[in-house]
Design a protein around this ligand. Sequence first.
Ligand code: NAD
Ligand code: ZN
Ligand code: ZN
Length: 345
Amino acid sequence: MSTMQAAIAHEFGGPLSLEDVEIPTPEDGEVVIQVETSGLCHTDIHAVHGDWPVKPKMPLIPGHEGVGIVTRAGSGVTEVKEGDRVALPWLAYACGNCEYCASGWETLCPNQENAGYSIDGSYAEYAKGFAKYVSKVPDGVDPLDAAPLTCAGVTTYKAVKVSGARPSDLVAVFGIGGLGHLAVQYARIAGATVVAVDLVDKKLEIAEELGAAYTFNPTKVDVTEEIQKLGGADAAISTAVSPKAFEQAYQSLKRGGTLVFVGLPADNEVDLPIFETVLNGITVRGSIVGTRVDLAEVFELHANGLTEVHREVRTLDTVNESFDDVLHSRMDEPRIVFDLRDGLA
Ligand code: NAD
Ligand code: ZN
Ligand code: ZN
């Protein structure tokens, strides 16, 4: 029996440890990949901390921005073959038959499995996926870029789509982390003028480099007032890990505007007024990751040179300090990507 190393959480809030475990075996319709890269999404921290109403499995191998090479395919797999480079996204499996799956909303499937949450993920030398839900990574997309695109990319690409952003709209992105720095770019691709909001000036500088026309730090200015001075936002997308940012995003909208909830702070409540929502015709909607088609589009945009992924490369043995660094914004780039190609240390 062959073993691999994986970063494993055993209890909520506890540290992850690198351990030897069995390499997964592919069942019918499944594939096993040798992981090349795996991004650190803030969701992985929420998972290990048990922050959300629905808890992950424990013990858990986190990770849902996994990219690697298919080494084994179970019986009946036709979608990919050994040697293909694929991504293992959050939406690891959906039933394919329910009303959501059948209508192009597989992300809402009630029978879904989520990588690094309900099943083990890609903080490991090998990881298992469902062949129908892994996505091929096109040649020419660096695996270090493909990893963040697999969640941060597809999620914000979809969020911009559902925000209804159009050319010349003003779109405010709250939170310029792994997700937000890509949201800025997709909003620009949609033709919008972008306002970026974050508590950390370094993140705002990155947003500006990526095409944000305005940047505001709520610790220094009244962001809602500043955005209202610009005419108000047609759409606001909150990826920030704080309910306060969602409330400010709401207050930044113009009449008829749309607020998209994307971030998932542990503190699960926001305070929004009914009267203004009704009279100003405001739309509030949630957006959860994206479909396989959305992810294919995200890879295509990147392969065509339309997006940039700002990431900091680390080894998986830094996982605990990396979680801490994300919580305290102590990185040079908005996304950490673990590179497993030369081992875990
Ligand atoms: P991140 O830590 O990289 O980024 C969060 C950013 O928000 C940071 O730059 C931080 O400085 C900023 N921030 C915190 N408080 C703020 C405030 N009050 N105002 C403005 N900015 C503030 O995290 P990430 O990986 O980009 O994930 C963001 C959130 O999105 C997490 O809660 C994650 O679980 C969630 N998420 C949701 C989906 C989805 O499908 N809806 C998918 C992936 C991640
Ligand atoms: Zn994620
Ligand atoms: Zn379904």
